[in-house]
Design a protein around this ligand. Structure first.
Ligand code: GLN
Length: 250
């Protein structure tokens, strides 16, 4: 079996090595005998959203977000159709903000988003920076909750994101700021779209979440979603040690 994983704007939105999420997904495919087909596209390059299984958009500075907004707008209809058709999407920070309604930057300038996610972002006075622990929402079925009930990572954003109707957070912040440092939520889920402020990269630190994305992509293809269990004891130990250390600080 093959899974096509696409990194959109790898040259512009790759803050803090977010491409590590692509590397983690590809490795967890190979370790199971699934062939990952990795594609990339940036400004002016065409993409077939319906022909891919997982789309990834990473984080970036306000400047980079401004550089790509017109190109992203050109892709709205095809991306919206694919998302409504169940395309699995992982969005980190800037990528997350850009699928919302808008991002109003610290200088007051507003970058319009695609409006696919009912979220909006307004830059706060302080940047929200630091390690984060999130208690995952129970509705995120498919996650191997026997091992992991949390997400860990770090955040560095000025944007404070607020959620509207029809979307839900990935979970509640146990340590750190999350979406906006106020409502206690972190990230967003809409259909098979997952947005989060967690860099790290996210997926190597949270292999259960990587497997959820792979399971959803396989389900959408009508394939058997019983992923071979991998030996995650090292990831599990590191994850739990981080949770323990940070919650002692909480
Ligand atoms: N430029 C955006 C902000 O500052 C996103 C930052 C990021 O992707 N880490 O909120």
């Amino acid at each position: 079996m093959k899974l096509t994983i696409c990194h959109l704007y790898p040259d512009l939105l790759d803050l803090y090595g977010d491409r590590g999420n692509i590397i983690a997904l590809a490795a967890r495919c190979r370790w199971r005998g699934i062939e990952p087909v990795i594609k990339q596209a940036s400004l002016g390059e065409d993409l077939d959203f319906m022909g891919m299984d997982i789309l990834f958009i990473g984080g970036g500075s306000d400047r980079e977000q401004g550089l790509l907004v017109q190109d992203l707008m050109r892709r709205e209809n095809e991306l919206r159709t694919a998302i409504e058709n169940g395309l699995v999407v992982l969005l980190i920070c800037g990528g997350y903000q850009m699928l919302g309604k808008y991002y109003q930057m610290a200088n007051g300038e507003r970058i319009n988003g695609l409006g696919i996610l009912d979220v909006w972002t307004i830059a706060g006075v302080e940047r929200l920076i630091g390690n984060v622990v999130v208690q995952l929402d129970e509705r995120l079925s498919g996650i191997d909750s026997s091992k992991f009930k949390t997400l860990v990572g770090f955040e560095n954003h000025s944007g404070q994101t607020h959620l509207g109707e029809g979307v839900s957070p990935l979970g509640n912040v146990l340590f750190g700021h999350g979406n906006n440092g106020g409502d206690g939520g972190e990230g967003v889920r809409y259909l098979n779209v997952f947005g989060t402020y967690l860099h790290g990269p996210l997926l190597p630190k949270n292999p259960h979440f990587a497997d959820l994305l792979l399971e959803l992509a396989m389900q959408r293809r009508g394939a058997d979603t019983c992923l071979l269990k991998l030996d995650d004891h090292l990831e599990e130990a590191a994850h739990k040690a981080m949770v323990k250390r940070l919650l002692k600080q909480a």
